[in-house]
Design a binder for this molecule. Structure first.
Ligand code: ZN
Length: 164
């Protein structure tokens, strides 16, 4: 009987410690969210894969909002052979001409420095398993093009970014 009580007491102690530890852990992981980016941003989840595809063909966002794009490369190939970025072009920019210029901008992750003025927002270039986030103010209502500027990708990796 005494042994049983001892084991019970130990067991109880163990649960106390386990729960205490868990609570602390939770508090630690909660913190970044509490102090992170403002929660009023409109969040868009975009992925790119090893088959040279975005998960979306059309993205709709509300006008006048802050937009947050969470971009993830869900494939496994390295960025040297299957790199992806996410770029939103201004309306008057020719996507094929931009892609042609981007091909020669390997040093700047296929974002031609002279084209910064033609871009509303862009992520960095990702390889398989990597992810990144960007935040920007929604441009005026209208339809814009989004794309990946890795050489040859824009033909398959593009779509409409619609602000309403
Ligand atoms: Zn790509």
């Amino acid at each position: 009987m005494r042994n049983f009580l001892k084991i019970f007491a130990l067991f109880f102690l163990f649960i106390l410690i386990a729960c205490g530890g868990k609570k602390e852990e939770q508090a630690a992981t909660d913190k970044p969210e509490m102090t992170g980016t403002p929660s009023d941003a409109f969040v868009v989840e975009v992925t790119g894969n090893d088959q040279m595809q975005f998960n979306v063909k059309t993205i709709e966002v509300p006008a006048g909002k802050k937009i947050r794009v969470n971009f993830k490369h869900v494939g496994q190939m390295p960025k040297e052979t299957m790199g992806h970025n996410f770029i939103i072009l201004k309306q008057d920019v020719d996507i094929a001409a931009f892609a042609a210029r981007a091909m020669n901008a390997k040093e700047t992750d296929y974002i031609p420095p002279a084209d910064e003025q033609n871009i509303i927002a862009h992520t960095k270039l990702l390889g398989g398993g990597e992810s990144t986030s960007i935040e920007f103010d929604a441009p005026p209502a209208g339809t814009y093009k989004f794309m990946c500027s890795f050489p040859g990708h824009y033909v398959m990796m593009q779509g409409d970014f619609i602000v309403k």
